[in-house]
Design a binder for this molecule. Structure first.
Ligand code: CAA
Length: 236
């Protein structure tokens, strides 16, 4: 389905969302934000969707927030419009989201990738928070999330110099989970749906763990540990 600034397709249980503002290198404007967040919420509510993949073009995942749209705004307008607040709904999505990144993921593009559950990168990917070069700072969580991904020192260096990091460095320092050849990116991202099975498995495991607290054996096993004796299990 085409919807203004994004394309959506379904491959089995994978909902593929492609950012589609090629002339602006997928710069994230208000319309794209609205449409991408809505697509993620819609996929999240669809029980047939097990995983969402967000991708861009070979040249750019996204080159940042739309500078043209923001350039003339006053501080009051930015504050009142609360331009970036919609992303909180994106991060609240419970269906696993994979960022499949080729080309530039800069500023808001890097931040979007980091809001996903993990990042799969093509060997052409370039990550950075170049906002300092625009006289601003990251605005959609970049300073916070990048620090958590790659540590304070490297994150500070990235934000204070605005330099870009290539895919190999991004993998080395833990920003991306995996680097693949550019022509394999989407195939790999869609196949990674099996990791969804992993997260579903983790959720299932947690529920089963909680349920064991209704059994005699859990009480006996834990009590025996605390009383430093061997447990007598009854399988009940
Ligand atoms: N916003 C709006 N338009 C953008 C854009 C952006 N972030 N990035 C690129 N474009 C536009 C360019 O203006 C250009 O449009 P025109 O053809 O109309 O001039 C088109 O996309 C192609 O871009 P370039 O000609 O610059 O392409 P290039 O290959 O020479 O360079 C680039 C690519 C290095 C990514 C360069 O475009 C660039 O530096 N872009 C800006 C990156 C940036 O600073 N991002 C941070 C934005 S602020 C932000 O994101 C804040 C936040 O935290 C939320």
């Amino acid at each position: 389905m085409t919807c203004g600034t994004i394309l959506t397709e379904t491959h089995g249980r994978v909902r593929l969302v492609t950012l589609n503002r090629p002339k602006a290198l997928n710069a994230i404007n208000r319309q794209l934000t609205r449409e991408l967040v809505a697509a993620a919420i819609e996929a999240d509510a669809d029980p047939t969707v097990g995983c969402i993949v967000v991708t861009g073009s070979p040249k750019a995942f996204a080159a940042g927030a739309d500078i043209k749209e923001m350039a003339a705004a006053t501080a009051t307008e930015m504050y009142i419009n609360d331009h970036f607040a919609a992303w909180e709904q994106f991060t609240a999505v419970r269906t696993p989201i994979i960022a499949a990144v080729a080309g530039y993921a800069l500023g808001g593009g890097c931040e979007l990738a980091m809001m996903c559950d993990f990042i799969l990168a093509a060997d052409t990917a370039k990550f950075g928070q170049p906002e300092i070069k625009l006289g601003v700072n990251p605005g959609i969580g970049g300073s916070q999330r990048l620090t958590r991904f790659i540590g304070k020192s490297k994150a500070m260096e990235m934000c204070l110099t605005g330099r870009t990091m290539d895919a190999a460095e991004a993998e080395r320092c833990g920003l991306v989970s995996h680097v693949v050849p550019a022509d394999r990116l989407l195939v790999e991202a869609i196949n990674r749906r099996y990791e969804t099975t992993l997260s579903e498995g983790v959720r299932f495991e947690r529920r089963v763990f909680y349920a064991t607290f209704a059994t005699h054996d859990q009480k006996e096993g834990m009590t025996a540990f605390l009383e430093k004796r061997l447990p007598t299990f009854t399988h009940g």
